[in-house]
Design a protein around this ligand. Structure first.
Ligand SMILES: Cc1cc2nc3c(=O)[nH]c(=O)nc-3n(C[C@H](O)[C@H](O)[C@H](O)COP(=O)(O)OP(=O)(O)OC[C@H]3O[C@@H](n4cnc5c(N)ncnc54)[C@H](O)[C@@H]3O)c2cc1C
Length: 544
């Protein structure tokens, strides 16, 4: 019996030692992160390598935790070792290719990733038979996720969310997707009753105060049933809640958080504009002071759920001087009427107009994402988050909200990948070719084993980020890494799952085809992948 745990505990410190030296060199090269843009390609490599290393560490730590609890799990040990081995191999190959950029000394490599015992551990850990063993187990259990989570509350929350998602959401998911319908009120109402809109809202403001880990576990289950018509419904209140907790006045928290937590107010987040996406500091939509409040004018893009929403958290320029950059932006809570359908127009008695039209998308259907046009749209003065003190702080508050959104997206991505894994494992057990279930073939087992392993790493990285955020709400790096890695895993796992379904994977009546198009959006929003890598993760790693 190979000692997988020994392999993992040889590989992980070797990865960390190399990475630490590479990050130290990266800090010197970029002047403490100031010159990342002069070294973008290398900074991106470092950010990704550090993210994968964090995922390997999270999975290894989870395996060790189970062992320490007297519940060692052979499959989990295999996955932890295999993923550590994969990350080590990739890092070593990167180092070989770009030795000068990485700045890791030959001697460091020789005593870490190049040491004979580490090389042997990496080879053994990655042996294809190991992942085939995992794959066979995945087929046997149809991919079910029942991984123990410390604390009874999270496991109970998972069971309850799973029951709701499978019974109430899953049967509607395909119809909503195929007909591009709006998420039905019945789902919103039931989610509200279950308290899902107020999971991170403190109890004093009418929420559940359950914390981030429970929120993530529930998000996974909802997203497995439908990314857009369930899991993602929570993202918007999460973002607004965190922004309000960070910068709202006491009376704003008391006014807005209870109805948001109760699911009485649906929320949209409006940052992106037709010509301004990643460069958020250049937002141009204006808010001008008027006698009766603020008047909003300008265009916004990709505002998800803007039709149905009762309020939009909108980032607008209150200081017209473009040189003010991020310091000229403020965050507003913009009330509007809810509208069904794909297009709406709202006219205010005082002449303000808000027009919205949904952009057609291949997936992520159920909430619809709108291009918006504001003309002199009136917002009461007290709706500027932070009121007088909040003027010019919108960028900072929005970014705090996005950190929470990214954590939640780690959960969304893990849930979606879980759905793809279960569908594929089930299909592999049932579909026969060449006289055998396709799951009997070595390659199918290996693929399912690798999918499950990557998903386990994404899940544990996201849980680790949730715990980090439970300890300190201001963390930025951990949720960004969870979002980056889990989104990529969701894209890979759904696409592998589609191939395992063969031609039926391309048929709309098979859920895997929806999972594939849904997953594609995950690396795009809340900081498109290259921006997340450079401006959040590399900056966080190299700037400190
Ligand atoms: C379905 C969907 C839903 C969305 N929902 C919302 C929402 O609810 N609210 C909201 O506000 N937004 C939303 N968005 C918008 C999303 O957040 C943006 O699309 C995203 O931030 C990227 O902005 P962009 O599309 O303008 O891309 P751009 O900023 O134009 O970037 C495009 C590409 O250019 C390159 N690039 C740009 N800048 C740099 C740089 N400095 N260095 C190197 N490369 C660079 C990168 O490769 C990048 O991927 C949604 C988007 C989609 C597709």
């Amino acid at each position: 019996m190979p000692r997988m745990r020994d392999e993992t505990s040889l590989i992980i410190p070797a990865i960390r030692a190399v990475l630490d030296e590479a990050l130290a060199a990266g800090r010197r090269t970029t002047g403490g992160g100031k010159a990342i843009d002069e070294h973008q390609v290398h900074a991106e490599r470092l950010a990704y390598a550090a993210t994968e290393a964090a995922a390997a560490e999270a999975l290894a730590a989870y395996a060790a935790e189970r062992r320490a609890a007297g519940a060692a799990d052979d499959i989990l040990e295999r996955m932890a070792a295999a993923f550590a081995g994969e990350v080590a191999s990739r890092l070593r190959a990167e180092l070989e290719g770009q030795r000068d950029d990485f700045g890791v000394a030959e001697a460091t490599l020789a005593r870490t990733l190049g040491a004979p015992e580490v090389v042997a551990a990496v080879r053994a850990a990655q042996h294809e038979s190991r992942l085939r063993d995992v794959g066979r187990e995945v087929i046997r259990t149809r991919g079910a996720n029942n991984c123990p989570i410390d604390g009874d509350v999270a496991e109970m929350a998972r069971d309850s969310a799973r029951g709701f998602a499978r019974k109430e959401v899953a049967p509607l998911a395909e119809r909503i997707h195929r007909h591009d319908e709006l998420v039905p009120q019945s789902i919103i109402r039931q989610m509200a009753e279950l308290g899902y809109f107020g999971m991170s809202v403190p109890e004093e403001y009418g929420g559940q105060g359950m914390g981030n880990l429970v929120m993530i576990v529930i998000t996974e289950e909802l997203s497995a049933a439908s990314l857009a018509a369930a899991g993602s419904l929570i993202t918007r209140p999460e973002i607004l809640t965190k922004a309000l907790l960070k910068g709202g006045t006491e009376s704003q928290k008391r006014r807005w958080l209870p109805p948001v937590a109760a699911g009485e107010l649906m929320v949209g987040i409006s940052v992106t504009e037709p010509d301004t996406g990643s460069d958020v500091a250049s937002v141009r939509c204006r808010a001008e002071r008027a006698e009766d409040g603020w008047r909003i004018s300008g265009a916004k893009a990709w505002c998800t759920f803007a039709g149905r929403a009762d309020v939009l958290a909108l980032l607008a320029r209150t200081n017209p001087d473009p040189k003010a950059g991020a310091r000229g932006l403020s965050l507003f809570i913009v009330p509007k009427d809810p509208f069904p359908g794909h297009e709406f127009e709202m006219r205010q008695p005082g002449g303000g107009v808000l027009h919205g039209k949904a952009d057609a998308t291949p997936g992520y259907r159920g909430m619809h994402s709108y291009t918006l046009g504001f003309e002199n749209y009136l917002v009461p003065a007290e709706n500027l988050v932070g009121e007088k003190d909040g003027e010019g702080k919108g960028f900072y508050l929005q970014m705090g909200g996005f950190a929470a959104g990214r954590l939640q997206t780690g959960g969304r991505a893990s849930g979606l990948a879980q759905a793809a894994l279960e569908a594929s494992a089930t299909y592999a057990g049932e579909r026969k070719q060449f006289g055998r279930p396709i799951g009997d073939f070595q390659l199918t087992q290996h693929k399912l084993g690798r999918m499950a392993t990557h998903l386990a790493a994404a899940r544990q990285l996201t849980y680790a980020a949730a715990r980090a955020m439970d300890r300190d709400e201001t963390v930025v790096l951990e949720p960004a890494m969870a979002k980056l890695f889990a989104s990529d895993v969701a894209v890979r796992v759904t696409q592998e799952g589609q191939l395992l379904h063969g031609g039926w994977g391309y048929a709309e009546e098979f859920a895997i085809s929806r999972h594939v198009v849904d997953a594609l959006v995950l690396p795009i929003f809340e900081g498109v992948k290259p921006i997340l890598e450079l401006k959040v993760i590399a900056r966080g790693l190299l700037g400190g």
